[in-house]
Structures are given as structure tokens and as C-alpha cells.
Design a protein. Structure first.
Length: 288
């Protein structure tokens, strides 16, 4: 089977042919498999947001192709429209796009535009609300009565209700308190597992990227600088920090422990790995 998403030599130039011409993406290529969790990290202006807007046809490339299940998403208008339902995109701070009178109607907006029956719309709305932890009581409220974290979950549910095979999220936990952040990320994981969906997530949080992603794409100046597992990427801490990015805090701590002579692994990037590594030291650690 072909990858669910494949990007081939993608180039995007803003204001082409004018004095303001700027190359935002330069020959970017990668693929994502069905069910994979792909993280995208990079400095501000590295091309992350431009890239994800190509994946469901919001932007059209100047050169190169985006394939969905092996077919060019721009092969015809009908297929492009279909892809926009099958590849869901959640922008940063999506709660600012809520506008309906009730939570239910906001979540139902996408499925209604797909031309589904009322019965199917209702099933999808309630299923999506269940994924993100929105209660029946909250469904009848105005979305503007909810907390910031609850609004974020409603906005994500509105995209999930279309049941996309690929869910793309731009900083889904930005601006939330720790409890709200953890809830939203757990909701995304729940949807991925239940639907075997592909998740592509842009994040500035190295901790989120390390804990959630199967693979990471590191963007720099409109190109892919690195791609690999979190272990592969964060093992190259000097290269990451030279880009103006940070490695996860727990990775920084373990690097310092090694400098102090403790025989701990260098490829620690999650709290679970840190716990296992420290427990293995057995009584305070061995000197390297």
C-alpha cells in the first residue's frame, strides 16, 4: 500500500515574481504511513505552517506534488474537495473559529457540509464529543460559556466529526494550562488509536514531540534538516540547539548527569525513560 500522505519535492514561493518574493518551502519530500504519529518541529519561520496547509489543499505548490493514498490531490477539483474532508486540519487557537449557538451545532458544521444524513451527523457529533470528553449537558451550551480548554476540545471535535483519515494539528496545546494540555493530547491519542488515523502535529514543545511522535521532521529555512525517531533526533542535541531549538528538559538533565560521571544513557527523552534509567542505577549509580 502507498503511504497515506506523500510529499514530493514540494516548493512554495510567496509573492512569486515580485520584489517581495520569498521561498517558504524548498524541495521538501517525506511520507507518512496510515496510523503513524508524525511530529513537525522547527524554529519560527522554518516553513512548518506553510507545509501543513499543502497537505489538504489549502495551498497549491509552485512545484512538486502532494499525494493522498497515491493520488495527486490536485488531479481534479472533485478529488481536492474529497481530500479536504479526509485530511482534517486544526489551526492554532481553533477556538477563535467557533461561531454557532451551541456546542452541538459547532461540532456538526463540518459533517453537514459533507452532505450526510441527519442520523449520520448525529452519530458523528456524539462520537467526536466522546473522543474529546464533551458531555451531553455541555453540547447544549453556547461554546462561549466554556473554559479555554473546553473550547479547544470543541474545535478539535468539529474536525474529528468529519472522521478524517489524517488529522493535522498546529500547536494543539498552545496556551493551555497543564491539565488542559494533557487532556487535549490524550484526546488526540484516543482518536488515533480508535480510528487508526495518521496524526501530523506541529509543536514547539520538545517534550510533547518526544512523548507522542513515532517520527520527527525538523524544519529549517524551508527545508527538512532532519527526519527520524525522537531517539535519532534528540541524540543529536548539539545540532538541535545550533538551530535555536531545545532538546527535552529530561534530555538536558541526563546529559549533565553524564558530564558528572554517572553511567546513564544519553538517549533519554521522556519521563518514563528517565524513571527506568534511574531505577537501573541500583543504589545511587555507578561511575563511568
Amino acid at each position: 500500500m502507498p503511504p497515506i500522505i506523500e510529499v514530493q519535492n514540494l516548493t512554495h514561493i510567496y509573492s512569486a515574481g515580485t520584489p517581495f518574493e520569498r521561498t517558504a518551502l524548498n524541495k521538501v519530500s517525506f511520507s507518512a504511513q496510515q496510523g503513524e504519529f508524525l511530529g513537525i518541529i522547527g524554529h519560527t519561520g522554518s516553513g512548518k505552517s506553510t507545509l501543513i496547509q499543502h497537505l489538504n489543499g489549502l495551498l497549491k505548490p509552485n512545484d512538486g506534488r502532494v499525494l493522498f493514498a497515491g493520488e495527486d490531490i490536485w488531479k481534479d477539483k472533485a478529488f481536492t474537495r474529497q481530500v479536504r474532508h479526509r485530511v482534517g486540519l486544526v489551526f492554532q487557537y481553533p477556538e477563535y473559529q467557533l461561531f454557532e449557538e451551541t456546542v452541538y451545532r459547532d461540532i456538526a458544521f463540518g459533517p453537514k457540509n459533507m452532505g450526510l444524513s441527519d442520523e449520520e451527523i448525529d452519530k458523528r457529533v456524539r462520537r467526536a464529543a466522546g473522543f474529546v470528553g464533551i458531555s451531553d449537558e455541555q453540547m447544549e451550551k453556547s461554546p462561549f460559556e466554556l473554559s479555554g480548554g473546553q473550547k479547544r476540545r470543541v474545535a478539535i471535535a468539529g474536525v474529528i466529526a468529519m472522521e478524517p483519515e489524517v488529522l493535522i494539528l498546529d500547536e494543539p496545546a498552545a496556551g493551555l494550562d497543564p491539565a488542559g494540555r494533557d487532556a487535549v493530547l490524550q484526546n488526540i491519542r484516543a482518536y488515533q488509536k480508535a480510528q487508526n488515523a495518521t496524526i501530523i502535529m506541529v509543536s514547539h514543545s520538545m517534550e510533547e514531540a518526544a512523548a507522542l511522535a513515532d517520527r520527527l521532521i525538523v524544519m529549517k529555512d524551508g527545508s527538512i534538516d532532519m527526519i527520524g525517531t525522537p531517539e535519532d533526533v534528540f541524540r543529536q542535541a548539539d545540532r538541535i540547539t545550533a538551530m535555536g531549538l531545545a532538546v527535552p528538559k529530561v534530555t538536558q538533565v541526563f546529559r549533565r548527569l553524564r558530564e558528572l560521571g554517572l553511567d546513564v544513557p544519553e538517549n533519554v527523552y521522556t519521563l518514563q525513560q528517565a524513571k527506568a534509567a534511574l531505577l537501573s542505577l541500583k543504589g545511587g549509580g555507578r561511575r563511568a
